[in-house]
Design a protein around this ligand. Sequence first.
Ligand SMILES: *[C@@H]1O[C@H](CO)[C@@H](O)[C@H](O)[C@H]1NC(C)=O
Ligand SMILES: *[C@@H]1O[C@H](CO)[C@@H](O)[C@H](O)[C@H]1NC(C)=O
Ligand SMILES: *[C@@H]1O[C@H](CO)[C@@H](O)[C@H](O)[C@H]1NC(C)=O
Ligand SMILES: *[C@@H]1O[C@H](CO)[C@@H](O)[C@H](O)[C@H]1NC(C)=O
Length: 554
Amino acid sequence: SHKHLCFFIVAVFLMMSKVCNPLTVTYVTALYGETIVIPCNDGAPVPQHLMFVKWKYEKDDGTPGDLLIKQARNEQATVQATDSYAQRVSIDDKFNLLITQASLKDQKTFTCMVVSHANLMEFPVSVLVYSKLNIDTKHYNNLGTCVAAEANPAATITWKKNGKALVDDGKAIVITPSLKLDPATGLSTTSSTLQYAATKEDVGAVFACVSTHRLTSQETELEPFPIHYPSEKVSLQVMSKGPVVEGDNVTLKCHADGNPPPSSFYFHLKGEKMLVQNSDTYTLNAISREAAGEYKCSLADNEKVEASQNILVSYLDLSLSPTGKVLKTVGDSLSVKMEKIASGDATVLWTKNGKAVKEPEFSKLSYADAGIFVCEVSLTGLTRHQSFELVVEGKPVITSLTEHSTGDAQHKVLTCEAEGVPEPSFQWSVNNTNEESSYINGKATHKITVIPRLNMTITCTVSNKLGEDVMTINVSSVFEEKNGKSGKNPQDDSKDQAKLIVGVVVGLLFAAAVVGLVYWLYIKNSRQGSWKTGEKEVGTSEESKKLEENNHTV
Ligand SMILES: *[C@@H]1O[C@H](CO)[C@@H](O)[C@H](O)[C@H]1NC(C)=O
Ligand SMILES: *[C@@H]1O[C@H](CO)[C@@H](O)[C@H](O)[C@H]1NC(C)=O
Ligand SMILES: *[C@@H]1O[C@H](CO)[C@@H](O)[C@H](O)[C@H]1NC(C)=O
Ligand SMILES: *[C@@H]1O[C@H](CO)[C@@H](O)[C@H](O)[C@H]1NC(C)=O
């Protein structure tokens, strides 16, 4: 009770002193290692008749220690300290006390004493020194360590996962803090180690350590650390760009969801089990249609964890009869047989000389049927071709033998046309010039120029290895025509004479009709007596007389 009373009195005294006494203790904070700035009387202006300002401090044993004194009239202050402060203290023109190289030992009360003619006032200030927070984080496997070095006051470290505080449960989460105090500087180093039993759900989780002390709270994220967990599922992938086609190399890939991924697997190849180590793939070389079916893979250390895939193998066989070069004779028949065996619905496309046609079938071959026939069968990802070249042969047949006149009457041009394969050769029974020939699609044309000196029968003979054909033409001599008078034949002349006769007869008839008409008009007018003077001149003087006589008689 005596003690309590004593505390009470002290408390009351302190309260009163706060209210009515300038002896109020204020605080300033400073950063470790930097300069402490301690204001005198909170930086209020000094009284008017100032004599001097003096700074002093309270030693650890409670006795006062002098630091420096500054006379009002002197620019320079006088350092009075004899201990380590002698080198570190100074005063500025606002009477702030400056102490360089702040350390934790400077956490004391410094007093500014202001002496004027009228008064003596003291302003004590307490100094607190903090240090910045230096955070360092590391992680090893499932361990995280966070270090807050050389802090004052000591930092506290807590852990967060995805923003939520982690609490040590002694099992899955173990947090081990430690604190070291450097006796020389008084600074503390706090560290904390997090042990965490990660699960698959923690993939991508963000772990952070939060270091807090009086000045700041700092949150530092750890580098994401690898989280190990066993595989629970596998999946089997068939590595193929499109549908698997017979003959392809097919790679199977087994993927497990654990971390780290397993290094060995079993591949089950239609009943056969293969262990694959240090790889997650297995390649089936040149897969056959029989190899289609179910494939599986499983974990080497847990065969119950397995996955399967059904592999479909596309295939397409095409056979065509006939193929290659096919020789046929005109009029023959040809049957084309195409067979396909495919894993699905295949589309068939026929072309002849590059143009789409129907499936060919020939009951009676003609030269026009000849060509290169291609059969293309396709299935997704697969195409097969087969082809044959059809050649239709036949002995040549002359289709026409004609004669044309040329501009100059001395020559005649003869054209012999024939159909036949292979290309027939032409022979003429007459000497000739200017041979011209063409052969297109089994049709051959041969043109010659001749000078027939006599009326003659000319023969065109066509032949190939299969036979020949002959045709003749009668050609009249060019010289006889030259001897003719008009170059026209007598038939033409008689036709012209007939025309002339008809023309003369028609002309005579017309003239007679005109005369008749005039006479009729004359008769008619003379009876009416209406001839006009101008028209009288038409007739002869004798006629005029007769007309006048007639008029008088009427
Ligand atoms: C399949 O693989 C073999 C060797 O492994 C190679 O010689 C062949 O060219 C491959 N075939 C295909 C279609 O890639
Ligand atoms: C073709 O001309 C030659 C001389 O150039 C001659 O000997 C031959 O009799 C002539 N043949 C015919 C069919 O006119
Ligand atoms: C040729 O034939 C024509 C009739 O077409 C005949 O008038 C002429 O006399 C003949 N010439 C010779 C030389 O035989
Ligand atoms: C060609 O003339 C002969 C007589 O000189 C005749 O027998 C034959 O029928 C004629 N041929 C043709 C195609 O006119």
